[in-house]
Design a protein around this ligand. Structure first.
Ligand code: SF4
Ligand code: SF4
Ligand code: SF4
Length: 350
């Protein structure tokens, strides 16, 4: 049976178990929230998403508050906004944020929250903390922009189970560390980039994307990763016709935003000048460019010659894991029906 809560005077129906934040989002209400990520569930760490609930004295974190039928919620009272402003101001003071030169400018959840709350300048003195960690092959960590939301830690430990990240040190010195406080490049991090994918701010950045494009110059195109047969769904971020970065598509099968290091960071092979653009046939020990007709005729002639001399079972085929199912189907059809052998296999089977 459908239940109802009231948010800022609007009746919002919902089914099942949902948090107030989820229902607010479903109904178009913006409540700033920095530690909650749909893939990770409620965290209640950042305390930005507080709301007023009729009948409860203290403000409640909407990301962890399970909605019950008849609840009356206020997300925009002066009390709520003052509390949210205080938290965002403290987060801004606990780092060093210069949006003008930040890669996440225009695509940052902290910036969005500050804008929503009308924070023009941090209310408290900001102290620079540490240099960036640029030791990772593909990821730059900037502790000055980290708001300690813990999303990266949850993602690394619970989603991809690489168990590299954790909070280290104590109190005001708390920060995210790799393997007890090693540079990322010397840790057991496999550079899968899942932590970058969930980070709400510019504390984890794709190295190859730095300086390539502002967020508003980006066109996003969905595609399927070409590296293997899993078929992970990717979102290419392009400036013009150049790929700037690759993200996993959240909520899409089969990968739900996850990508391996090849799929996420290995995209620039498409610009390699060493890519083959035409078939090559070896003549007198040297490869020479050929047309597709010449190449296919040559292969067909060789097949015929082998079948004539040794029979069809002297030929075998191995289908490539980068091929689509349809191409692999045609491959086995060609070898079974046209050539007459069952010697077929697929490289991903080994
Ligand atoms: S992380 Fe966000 S708030 Fe901080 S400098 Fe970058 S864009 Fe600005
Ligand atoms: S890149 Fe992957 S393995 Fe490395 S810290 Fe991030 S989530 Fe963990
Ligand atoms: S690095 Fe990003 S995801 Fe990790 S705690 Fe800091 S702000 Fe959150």
């Amino acid at each position: 049976m459908s239940k109802t809560i009231v948010i800022n005077g609007k009746e919002c129906a919902f089914d099942g178990n949902k948090t107030v934040l989820q229902i607010a989002r479903d109904n178009g209400f913006y409540i700033p929230s920095l530690c909650y990520h749909p893939k990770l569930g409620p965290a209640s760490k950042c305390r930005v998403c507080v709301v007023e609930v009729d009948g409860i004295r203290n403000l409640q974190t909407s990301c962890s508050l399970t909605a019950t039928d008849g609840m009356i919620i206020t997300t925009d009272s002066p009390r709520v906004l003052d509390a949210q402003r205080m938290v965002v101001n403290l987060l801004l003071a606990n780092g060093n944020h210069n949006c003008m030169i930040c890669e996440r400018n225009g695509d940052c959840e902290l910036q969005e929250a500050a804008y929503h709350l009308g924070i023009e300048l941090p209310a408290f003195i900001v102290e620079e903390r540490e240099d960036k960690d640029e030791s990772g092959a593909f990821i730059v960590r900037d502790v000055n922009k980290c708001i300690q939301c813990g999303r990266c830690i949850e993602a690394c430990n619970r989603l991809v189970v690489n168990e590299v990240l954790d909070f280290g040190f104590r109190g005001g010195h708390t920060q995210v560390v790799c393997d007890g406080n090693k540079p990322m490049g010397e840790s057991t991090c496999v550079q899968c980039g899942e932590c970058v994918q969930v980070c709400p701010v510019g504390a984890l950045i794709e190295k190859k994307a730095i300086g390539k494009a502002r967020s508003w110059e980006i066109t996003k195109i969905r595609t399927t990763c070409p590296y293997c047969g899993v078929g992970c769904q990717q979102e290419l971020h392009l400036k013009g016709d150049q790929i700037v970065r690759v993200k996993g598509v959240e909520g899409a099968k089969p990968n739900d935003g996850h990508l391996c290091v090849k799929g996420r960071y290995g995209y620039d092979f498409i610009y390699s000048k060493e890519r083959l653009t035409t078939p090559l046939i070896k003549k007198n020990g040297k490869f020479e460019e050929a047309t597709w007709d010449e190449a296919l005729d040559l292969v067909a002639d060789k097949f015929k010659q082998i079948i004539k001399e040794s029979g069809p079972d002297a030929i075998a085929c191995v289908s490539c894991a980068r091929s689509t199912n349809e191409d692999s189907f045609y491959m086995q059809k060609l070898f079974r029906a046209a050539i007459g052998t069952n010697n077929i296999d697929h490289c991903a089977r080994t």
